[in-house]
Design a protein around this ligand. Structure first.
Ligand code: FDA
Length: 316
């Protein structure tokens, strides 16, 4: 791992730094780039602004690996409130959530209960179609239970979607079942440090696995079954490949989308939207904005300039 990335992860994990930054008024520009807002209302306001500029959003409440029942309740309430607000404003009721935010570290039954309640909020406030509760995918120890949760709730008719990581060896099999199901699937490369036993590890192999999964999700069969592919990537080569396969297999522009993180490659997001690609942004909100934002910075050293500019601007 790069020294730069290690430094940023260190900053993300430092409790004193997190406290200092989150309480500071000086870092709001920094927070605004990668985070929709410090609370639900700010998150909703940002979703409305994005909608006004032709971009959709998926709201995510910041925090992960939560074992405290009060924090789990707070996450559920924040997301329920977001579902109501999005519905009221006529925006997509599209939420993203990690199973560990909703109780999977306590038990999968607890998580199941919370996910059912939240998916119910999406159903009550949405208008169908693209209004879903999207399950993020965490490390490979929970891939099976997360997919089981998705299939069980979707079987009950709840508005669910799921993220699949291209790098896992099991993914072609998981995708075959999801295609059969006519699922909404967000395809990502995969972000966790997995061993070669469960995942491909080199960059080239990871990209190749991603392309193979694109072909599966954009096959004529997938289109007939009503699959809605979401390409969760900032990699223009992957997006160009998806555009090419989609056109070759007769997919309309409104039958698939690209999803990127708020603040990452914003010019490219704009460029895609301007030429008619459906673009959604993963829009985190909540008080825990510091560890999330500094990790995004760590992913690209070019962001160092942005960090300095934020600090200078705020100090003026
Ligand atoms: P890659 O890392 O190759 O980046 C492509 C290009 O994008 C780079 O060359 C760089 O120019 C640019 N770029 C990337 N990050 C940048 C940054 N921070 N700042 C500036 N430029 C940057 N993973 C997972 O395991 N489970 C999940 O549930 C999700 N969910 C998810 C949702 C969404 C909407 C996205 C976009 C991603 C995820 N991921 C994820 C993360 C995913 O697995 C992957 O780790 C990252 O997206 C990075 O891979 P890329 O495909 O973007 O390509």
């Amino acid at each position: 791992m790069l020294l730069w990335q290690k430094m940023m992860i260190g900053l993300a994990r430092s409790e004193s730094m997190t406290r200092r930054m989150q309480d500071s008024r000086f870092m709001s520009r920094f927070a605004r780039r990668f985070v929709g807002g410090r609370d639900r209302d700010e998150g909703l306001e940002r979703a409305r602004a994005l909608h006004g500029s032709g971009l959709s959003a998926s709201l995510f409440y910041l925090g992960e690996y939560v074992a405290d029942p009060d924090e789990i309740r707070a996450t559920r309430e924040a997301l329920s409130g977001a579902a109501r607000g999005l519905g009221r404003d006529g925006l997509d009721v599209h939420l993203s959530v990690d199973p560990t935010q909703l109780g999977s570290m306590i038990s999968w039954e607890t998580c199941h209960e919370n996910v059912v309640a939240l998916a119910g909020d999406v159903a009550d406030n949405g208008r169908g179609g693209r209004d879903v509760l999207m399950l993020d995918m965490e490390d490979s120890s929970v891939t099976g239970p997360t997919l089981d949760l998705y299939h069980s709730l979707r079987g009950q008719g709840l508005p669910m979607a799921v993220t699949v990581q291209a790098y896992l060896h099991r993914t072609p099999e998981d995708l075959a079942r999801l295609v059969e199901n006519g699922a909404m699937v967000r395809l990502v490369k995969g972000a966790f440090a997995e061993s070669g036993k469960v995942a491909v590890t080199g960059r080239r192999d990871r990209d190749e696995a991603y392309r193979k999964a694109v072909v599966t999700l954009l096959s004529p069969e997938a289109r007939e079954r009503g699959v809605y592919p979401v390409f969760g990537t900032h990699d223009h080569r992957m997006v160009a490949f998806a555009e090419h396969v989609a056109a070759a297999n007769g997919w309309r522009r409104d039958q698939w989308e690209v999803e990127m993180l708020l603040g990452v490659r914003p010019a490219y997001q704009r460029e895609l939207a301007d030429r008619g690609v459906s673009v959604r942004l993963y829009l985190p909100f909540g008080r825990d904005w510091w560890p999330y934002s500094i990790r995004r910075v760590g992913e690209n050293p070019k962001n160092l300039g942005f960090v300095f500019r934020s600090m200078v601007e705020k100090a003026e």
